[in-house]
Design a binder for this molecule. Structure first.
Ligand SMILES: Nc1nc2c(c(=O)[nH]1)N[C@H]1C(S)=C(S)[C@@H](COP(=O)(O)OP(=O)(O)OC[C@H]3O[C@@H](n4cnc5c(N)ncnc54)[C@H](O)[C@@H]3O)O[C@H]1N2
Ligand code: MOO
Length: 419
């Protein structure tokens, strides 16, 4: 396709922006269809990755009857004659005679034949060395399978691995887990007007996305190194095509910023046409951020890669990140579609006609309320820096105070935005 034809085709396709919710689902489905490869990894290397198979237990949990106290495993009624001692890690012989006991430590295996465990502090010794006392009526040991039965599914495939999952997997006897690898991302920043150091002025603005987006992408589980961030890429079509080709050789997802429109130096659409990309999403009926796009390319090796075109206006770029990139990455990692929590609007938020309005809000988690923030122009980042996410105002509606609305969260870490 010639560059002119490609640009014309892109303009035509861009004339019907996708519904925002549909665009999210399309991005997720495209990611899931290209879910990343699965490999076995040692447990300690799985934090942040995603279970590719359900987590099941290799044995009953606990695997053997386990004393939950220090004391005496007794058989029959007392007083009891001491016939031995069992510590955690040991395998005791059975108690075969009523009136006998073994001293037992917390975590030790309860011998066969034991009828009760008596706490050390609730026992006495008779002058002739026998153990006496009254065992509690509630069992003082954990029965095999109390937590889980051998082979039971504890977590489904698609679960993000976190320290709690790693601990559980270890307790179930796993040494490795089958996980999907982390998505590899790259970032290309377009715009000859961008400065990479010092204060803006004289027609030039600071690149605010090159420094920020890699950290947002990492919070969604991506691997991205400083070498994967390139820009500003010169505002020419050959420079765009070449930068995309290089980035696509390694990355599963290449994010670009700027150049999503059809201005004189907006080369993203023609570059995608030249690379033979197909659109998954080409513009979305959302404000801000409508020129966002997601395109798919299949390499000669059959590997599917994606380009997410984030608009140049910085807040619009983040809208595209949470709208298209977040669901795409969930799909690539084999995770469920990210569910949107709901909150109650504390103040009115205007609608945007036929478009969905994503409005920056600060959440009061205790009250379950969402509070619109100030400084939310699409070229601004001041509002974003104090917000937790975007309230979703559906097309054809306005956000009335007291309305329950979905909120698209920013991928903040615990402690960030702590009020
Ligand atoms: N004729 C029309 N022009 C524009 C429309 C429209 O509907 N008709 N929509 C506007 C909207 S909305 C957006 S969003 C932008 C998107 O344009 P691009 O993705 O092509 O972005 P650029 O033109 O390259 O840049 C837009 C704006 O953002 C600044 N910018 C770009 N990159 C960065 C960065 N890394 N850090 C900080 N600021 C950045 C750039 O200087 C421009 O001011 O199109 C509108 N135009
Ligand atoms: O929609 Mo633009 O993305 O308003 O800044």
């Amino acid at each position: 396709m010639s560059t002119e034809t490609a640009a014309a085709a892109a303009r035509t396709a861009a004339s019907a922006p996708a519904d925002w919710a549909q665009a999210r689902s399309d991005a997720y489905a495209a990611g899931l269809a290209a879910a990343l490869p699965v490999a076995g990894r040692p447990l300690v290397e799985t934090d942040g990755l995603t279970l590719a198979e359900p987590l099941t237990t290799r044995t009953d949990l606990p695997a053997f009857p386990t004393s939950s106290v220090d004391g005496w495993a007794v058989r029959g009624s007392g007083p009891w004659r001491v016939v031995g001692r069992v510590l955690a890690g040991g395998t005791p012989p059975p108690l075969t005679e009523d009136g006998t006991t073994v001293e037992i430590a917390t975590g030790a295996m309860v011998p066969d034949g034991a009828t009760a465990v008596l706490r050390i502090e609730e026992s006495d010794r008779t002058p002739d060395g026998l153990v006496s006392g009254t065992p509690r009526s509630t069992p003082e040991w954990r029965r095999p399978g109390e937590e889980a039965y051998a082979g039971e599914e504890l977590l489904p495939a698609g679960t993000p691995v976190d320290p709690a999952v790693i601990g559980l997997a270890a307790s179930c006897g796993h040494d490795t887990l089958r996980v999907r690898r982390a998505p590899r991302a790259a970032l290309l920043v377009f715009g000859d007007e961008l400065l990479t150091a010092g204060p803006p002025g004289a027609g030039r603005v600071r690149d605010a996305l090159g420094p920020a987006l890699p950290s947002w992408l990492r919070r969604y589980g991506c691997e991205i190194t400083p070498a994967d961030v390139v820009g500003p890429v010169a505002d020419t079509l050959p420079a765009h095509v070449s930068a995309l080709r290089t980035a696509l050789a390694r990355a599963d997802l290449v994010c670009t910023t700027g150049g999503t429109m059809h201005g004189p130096v907006d080369h993203l659409h023609p570059a995608l046409a030249e690379l033979g990309a197909e659109y998954v999403v080409n513009t979305v009926a959302v404000r801000p951020g409508f020129p966002m796009l997601l395109a798919r390319l299949t390499g000669p090796d059959g590997r599917v890669r994606f380009v997410a075109g984030l608009p140049g206006n910085p807040q619009s770029a983040i809208v595209a990140l949470v709208s298209l990139v977040a669901p795409l990455l969930a799909g690539l990692q084999g995770r469920p579609m990210p569910a949107l929590p709901h909150a109650t609007l504390a103040e009115p938020v205007p609608g945007r006609g036929d478009y969905t309005h994503l409005a920056l809000v600060r959440l009061d988690r205790a009250a379950g309320s969402a509070h619109p923030v100030r400084h939310v122009g699409s070229a601004m980042l001041r509002g974003l820096a104090g917000a937790d996410g975007f309230a979703v105002i559906a097309p054809g509606t306005t956000g009335e105070p007291g309305a329950r609305v979905p909120v698209v969260p920013l991928p903040l870490l615990p402690g960030e935005r702590a009020s």
